[in-house]
Each structure stands twice: as C-alpha cells, then as structure tokens.
Design a protein around this ligand. Structure first.
Ligand code: GDP
Ligand code: MG
Length: 318
C-alpha cells in the first residue's frame, strides 16, 4: 500500500508552494482559520473577544501552554492600547504564533562529509512512518543523494514486503530480513551495506508497537546503541513521525518518545486530514525539537519542508 499518487499533470503542478500548502491545509483553514477570520472583523477588541480566541486555540489542539502564552501576550498588548480593532488583533496573533514556530523551523540538511547519514524513523503504528520514508527517499534521490532503506519494522507482518515492493518499484534498495528478525540487527546490517555501497543516506524504518510500550522504547534505544557501534555519531537524525490528527494524544506520544530517545527532528503527518492544526504549535513549543517536515497528503510532493511563515500564512492568510 506504499504507493504514492503523483500530482496530476495539469492539476497541482500549476500551484505555487504556498497555494498547494493552502490547498493541503484546506480543512484547517476552513475550521480554525475561518473561525479566527470572523473575530478579526471585530471593530473593537475586549476581554470577551480574547476569551473566544482562548477557546478557539484550545479547541484546535494548541494546548494549554501555547494558549496561555499567546493570551498573556495579547492581554498585555490590549492593556497597552495596542489592539484597537480586529485587524490589529489579527496581526498580533499571527506575529505571536509565528514567533512560537520560527525557532522550530529547521529543515533537515544532509552534510556532504557524513556518509552514510543515518536517519532513524520512529513513531507509533499508523503514524505514517513507512509512507514518509518513501516520500523522503524519493525527494532525497531527486536531489541527487543515493539512498538505502532498512526494513526495521520486523514486528508487523508484511511491513518488510510493503517497503521492499515500494523500493523495487522506485529503484531504492531495501535491506531486510524475514518477519520476526531482530530489528536492531536488520538496521545494523543495513548500515554495513550502506557503507559498503557508499550510499549517502540510510533511512531506517522501525516498528510502532511491541507487546508493551516500554518494550518498544527499549527496542528503539537498543537500535540506537547498536548503530552507534558502527559509527559513534549515528544515528545522525532520530525523527519522530506523529499523526497530526491525533491532537493532545500526539503531544503525549511526542513527549514520551523524546524522553526515551532524545529526538532530533519531528515530522507531522496527515495535516490535510484535520480541521484543527493547533497541534503543530503545541509540539513545537513543548518539545523544542526541530520540525522537519509536514505531510499534507499522500503524494510524494505532499511531504513538505516545514516553513513557519508559510504555515501561519496558509492557516490564517486570505
Ligand atoms: N492523508 C494523508 N495520509 C497519510 C499521510 N501520511 C501517511 N498517510 C497515510 O497513513 C496511513 C499509515 O501510514 P504508514 O506509513 O503505513 O504508517 P506506519 O505504521 O507509521 O508505517 C497510510 O494509509 C498512509 O497513506 C499524510 O500526510 N496525509
Ligand atoms: Mg510502517
């Protein structure tokens, strides 16, 4: 099922990056964005209006921390007489949200002196790990990197076949072992193969579920240790994939993975499937880990480097 819809030849291709992002976030724009747009038309700003913003942010999964930070800033500005009307409120809110996201917008860069650059991909079942790996592999390949994949999800039946079928169709080599094999040893073998072949990037898939959650975390820690035996600097990226439709549950997951594995990057998937979108702010603020990519659909190009200004514009812009 790891097949990607290519953008139709005369469809999405005409759209600029921002227009496509707006299209991908259409549900969030018509949910969160539209609700705010109504408030921004107000001719005066008062505490009642700020409380409505508070309710909207909480309802959009932005979480308590983000909401309180934003509200504190808006109340301060209101008291200073800096929010005469809805338009000023709009500008202040957008600036506040952008300031919160901007430090997290750090794209993944593959330094040429590190080879192979090892990306360990983690996250719960169904988060979008394997599909994201496929999209990322394609994109890296298109930008001139040679990529090798490790089928490290040895727990779920057919997970390796899923990746290998996809690799065969897309000319991306996949290293795997039969189901039930030790995930760490599959990834270790793959790293050796990547070195032997001189591959630029190794992306390792992992399982999202073992018998218990603590088993899973131990397994993932073990993978990190085993990989670092071959290269003390590896994995160079530990990327968590989170399903953006999961709301506060996604935030809790992210915190748990970060505690266990010291994440270096986060990718939020399925943002096309939510009317909320506040989770992006919540995760950025709570984790303080670089937000690498967002997923806004099932096509290869629907995995997009995270750009804070574009994201805020796509949610709230005209
Ligand atoms: N709409 C949408 N679906 C996605 C996105 N990313 C992943 N998916 C879908 O989510 C489902 C689970 O993905 P998968 O990669 O198998 O998750 P895994 O268990 O973490 O490996 C698949 O049906 C994917 O097509 C996205 O950005 N948007
Ligand atoms: Mg998978």
């Amino acid at each position: 099922m790891l097949s990607f819809k290519k953008p139709p030849p005369s469809g999405n291709t005409g759209l600029t990056g921002l227009a496509r992002l707006k299209q991908g976030l259409a549900r969030a724009r018509s949910g969160l964005g539209a609700a705010f747009a109504g408030l921004f038309r107000a001719s005066a700003v008062d505490e009642t209006l700020l409380e409505e913003i508070e309710t909207l942010l909480l309802g959009a999964d932005a979480g308590v921390e983000v909401t309180q930070t934003v509200l504190h800033s808006l109340r301060t500005r209101l008291a200073l007489g800096e929010l005469p009307d809805g338009a000023a409120l709009n500008a202040a809110l957008r600036a506040e949200l952008l300031a919160m996201l901007a430090p997290s917008a750090q794209p993944l860069r593959i330094p040429s002196h590190i080879r192979p650059f090892v990306i360990l991909v983690v996250g719960v079942n169904g988060a979008g790990k394997t599909t994201t790996i496929g999209k990322l592999a394609k994109q890296l390949q298109q930008s001139g990197h040679s990529v090798l994949l490790a089928a490290g999800d040895t727990f779920r039946a057919a997970a390796m076949e899923q990746l290998q079928n996809w690799g065969a169709r897309n000319n991306v080599p996949v290293i795997g072992q039969p189901q039930g094999a030790d995930s760490a040893s599959v990834i270790y073998d793959a790293l050796q193969a990547a070195r032997a072949r001189g591959a630029d990037v190794l992306i390792a898939d992992t399982s999202g579920r073992l018998h218990t959650q603590s088993n899973l975390m131990e397994e993932l820690k073990k993978i990190k240790r085993v990989v670092s035996k071959l290269d003390p600097a590896a994995p160079h990226e530990v990327m968590l994939i989170v399903d953006g439709t999961q709301g506060q549950n996604a935030l809790a997951q992210a915190v748990q993975f970060h505690q266990a594995l010291s994440l270096t990057g986060v990718t939020l998937t399925k943002l096309d499937g939510t009317a909320k979108g506040g989770i992006v702010f919540a995760i950025a603020k709570k984790l303080g880990v670089p937000l690498r990519y967002i997923g806004i659909g099932e096509g290869v190009d629907d995995l997009r480097e995270f750009d804070a200004a574009q994201f805020v514009e796509a949610l709230f812009g005209e």
